[in-house]
Design a protein. Structure first.
Ligand code: HEM
Length: 452
């Protein structure tokens, strides 16, 4: 018997705000606890856990919902055996404003269909080409870094990764077209943070909506061209992917994925590279260990096959993501009333999840606040203490499709940076860490010492 189709009525219902029976706080008027989350996400989560346990009422990102903590609760929600958690409605008021139709904003069968459409672009054969495409872009950027006055890592890595994105995701070369696409993409990101959600002249939201239409038109015009061509960038591969009946996937399905992929890949990898650089500038012994491993490969640009030989860089990547996960919050919305950790949660309630507490839970991690990449070695494998002790890439049906791409990009980048430069931070350097809009050290004034 065919599985019963899920009743989609939940997609047109408003959020439930009737949550007074759940302990917690609405924070300060208008902002809720959003401001606290910018610098002190850990403290916010910790204080909820201490005062109210694993399930508490919260108001964040202008939405009243519940904050859920605890590895077992995460396993239930992410794996969602009862089909009771909607990502589409979880993100409708945030990412859905600009990336409507993107794969993360689709549930169940609709989501599975899109995942099928995108999988070819993430297979090994495709990845091999991506490494070759990104290497020269990274090299050109790194070449200039020791000549930049008052160098700060964030703006420079952002520029470099925007160019990597234009080339690998969309297949455009440097120039006006790439600049326009990158500008549109950045306008949308600014729009996501805009307080006024009106298309009035001058508002970030208005600018972002214009950018969204630009990208839609651009991708829409490109699709036929890409189908006729032989491009090996992600967009071209998706355009030439065929469904089980031998037909191309519909344009209207491809367009939102192209924009969303740029978004999903960009800030996340920017964030992790900021942290890898910060931690290994602060702990030069780890920088040296990574460098030895990279030099042992004996080449200026790595190939796909080299990735599996880079175990030290791999462990530094994961340790950086453990302490400072690039995606600090994800959202779901309940479809039916349910019980979470003994608390009755009504239908249509926003549910917020964060990996931060699980990533520092002393039940699984020894000395959790310390930067210690060796905890990922096979003989310690602290990340395997529970399937949700370490989950920077999420879990279940929506688990990050770009996880291997992120590792590949980070290794390709670190390899070139390590063989070209020794890097350091000023003596007694201290910085605050931001969580919003993307996790990163507030400042990272890296000093470069050229090796080659
Ligand atoms: C360090 C880098 C990255 C981190 C930490 C990360 C994290 C995540 C997380 C937590 C999710 C699940 C969100 C949820 O369940 O609500 C996700 C989904 C996703 N990520 Fe990533 N991501 C990274 C890099 C990338 C890259 C490089 C790409 C593309 C090349 C990508 C594409 C996606 C897509 C398309 C989804 C949605 C998957 C689906 O709904 O089936 N991500 N990512």
């Amino acid at each position: 018997m065919a599985k019963a189709e899920i009743n989609k009525a939940y997609l047109s219902r408003p959020d439930n705000h009737d949550l007074d029976h759940i302990d917690g706080t609405d924070g300060i008027p208008y902002f809720g606890e959003s401001l606290k989350s910018i610098w002190g996400m850990e403290d916010l989560l910790k204080s909820h856990a201490e005062k109210w346990g694993n399930v508490s009422r919260v108001k964040i990102l202008h939405q009243r919902g519940i904050l859920v903590l605890g590895v077992d609760n995460y396993q239930k929600i992410y794996l969602d055996k009862d089909k009771n958690f909607s990502t589409e409605m979880g993100f409708a008021e945030s990412l859905g404003q600009f990336y409507n139709g993107g794969i993360l904003m689709k549930d169940f069968a609709d989501h599975k269909f899109l995942r099928r459409m995108m999988q070819g672009a993430f297979k090994n054969a495709a990845m091999k080409n991506y490494v070759a495409m990104m290497n020269p872009v990274i090299e050109a950027h790194l070449e200039t870094w020791d000549k930049i006055d008052n160098f700060q890592f964030f703006p420079e890595i952002k520029k470099a990764l925007l160019e990597v994105g234009a080339k690998v995701f969309i297949g455009v070369e440097l120039g006006d077209e790439a600049d326009q696409i990158n500008q549109a993409f950045q306008d949308i990101n600014d729009g996501l943070l805009g307080q006024v959600r009106k298309e009035w002249p001058g508002t970030k939201y208005g600018k972002a909506k214009k950018a969204e239409r630009y990208l839609h038109d651009y991708f829409s015009q490109e699709i036929d061209k890409r189908r006729r061509g032989d491009g090996v960038d992600m967009l071209s591969l998706m355009c030439r992917e065929i469904d089980d009946d031998g037909n191309f996937f519909a344009k209207e399905l491809i367009i939102p994925q192209a924009s969303f992929l740029l978004f999903a890949a960009h800030d996340t990898t920017t964030s992790v590279l900021n942290h890898m650089t910060y931690y290994t500038a602060m702990h030069p012994q780890w920088q040296e260990k990574m460098r030895e491993e990279c030099l042992a490969l004996g080449k200026n640009q790595i190939d796909y096959e080299d990735l599996e030989k880079m175990n030290v860089v791999d462990n530094v990547f994961h340790e950086s993501l453990r302490l400072r996960p690039s995606v600090a919050f994800v959202a779901r919305r309940t479809i039916n009333a349910c019980e979470i950790d003994g608390v009755q949660v009504p239908a249509d309630t926003m549910v917020f999840l964060s990996p931060i507490m699980n990533h520092r839970d002393p039940q699984f991690w020894s000395d959790p606040e310390t930067f210690d990449p060796n905890r990922f070695l096979p003989e310690r494998a602290e990340h395997k203490g529970h399937s949700f002790a370490y989950h920077p890439f999420g879990g279940g049906a929506h688990k990050c499709i770009g996880m291997h791409f992120a590792v590949m990009l980070s290794k390709t980048f670190m390899h070139q940076m390590l063989i070209k430069y020794d890097y350091s931070l000023p003596t007694n350097f201290k910085t605050r860490f931001e969580w919003v809009p993307l996790p990163k050290p507030a400042k990272l004034p890296i000093k470069w010492q050229r090796r080659t």
